[in-house]
Design a protein around this ligand. Structure first.
Ligand code: GRF
Length: 210
């Protein structure tokens, strides 16, 4: 007996819409960096998302929204909530999920939905954060990981990292830099979450223990 009590893996459900490179970064961190997390289910807003293949290759249960569900956000959100409850997810992690989550999910997982945004919130909210920052000519942009709430891209911020936009950077180069940083920071934040070190205080600001 080691005497050290082992914490149970934190169960998360992951939402995706596309390539799933952030999902892959989480899967890899679980495998190789002892990230104490179990991905209990991956749900995609699109049936052709490559992230679904990544999940299936990792042996993770998946499902995706069909056309009818996609066209009915309230029903889609209800399905997402019930699937994640059924899979016993403790948190929902959005990894490139390109739709707004409604109260049907947020009320079932209050302060338990985390989102990744490819800009320094509150700047460049919305679906084109990288491009909007690039086109605005700002010299600094970055990434934000935050709790999601009913106001789009506005929940309490957990972590941010900055990326410089150099004069010769193209949009593609900036996109690559942003993605590399996302793949590094998301697993780090999830590690803190799995260790119970992330909390929202009475002023609705995030406090990170240690
Ligand atoms: C990421 O840049 C994320 O910030 C944005 O969509 C992208 C998803 O990429 N919301 P992937 O599907 O994880 O490869």
């Amino acid at each position: 007996m080691s005497g050290i009590s082992e914490r149970q893996a934190l169960k998360i459900g992951v939402l995706i819409s596309g390539g799933g490179s952030n999902l892959q970064a989480i899967i890899d961190a679980i495998r190789t960096d002892n990230l104490n997390i179990e991905i209990v289910k991956v749900i995609s807003s699109r049936p052709d998302a490559y992230g679904l293949v990544r999940a299936q290759e990792a042996g993770i249960d998946t499902c995706s929204l069909n056309k009818e569900l996609y066209a009915n956000p309230a029903l889609a959100n209800e399905l997402i909530a019930s699937e994640f409850v059924r899979a016993e997810a403790e948190y929902i992690v959005m990894a490139g999920y390109m739709r707004k989550l409604g109260t049907e999910v947020l009320d079932v997982f209050p302060d338990r939905v985390i989102n990744l945004h490819p800009a320094l919130l509150p700047s460049f909210k919305g679906a084109h954060g990288i491009e909007d920052a690039f086109n605005a000519g700002v010299k600094l942009t970055g990434i934000t990981i935050h709790f999601a709430n009913a106001e789009y891209d506005k929940g309490p911020i957990i972590a941010q990292r900055a990326v410089a936009i150099e004069e010769n950077d193209t949009l593609e180069m900036l996109t690559e830099k942003i993605h590399a940083l996302e793949h590094e920071l998301y697993p780090q934040v999830l590690r803190l979450l799995s260790e119970g070190k992330i909390a929202i205080d009475e002023t609705r600001k995030v406090r990170i223990d240690g």
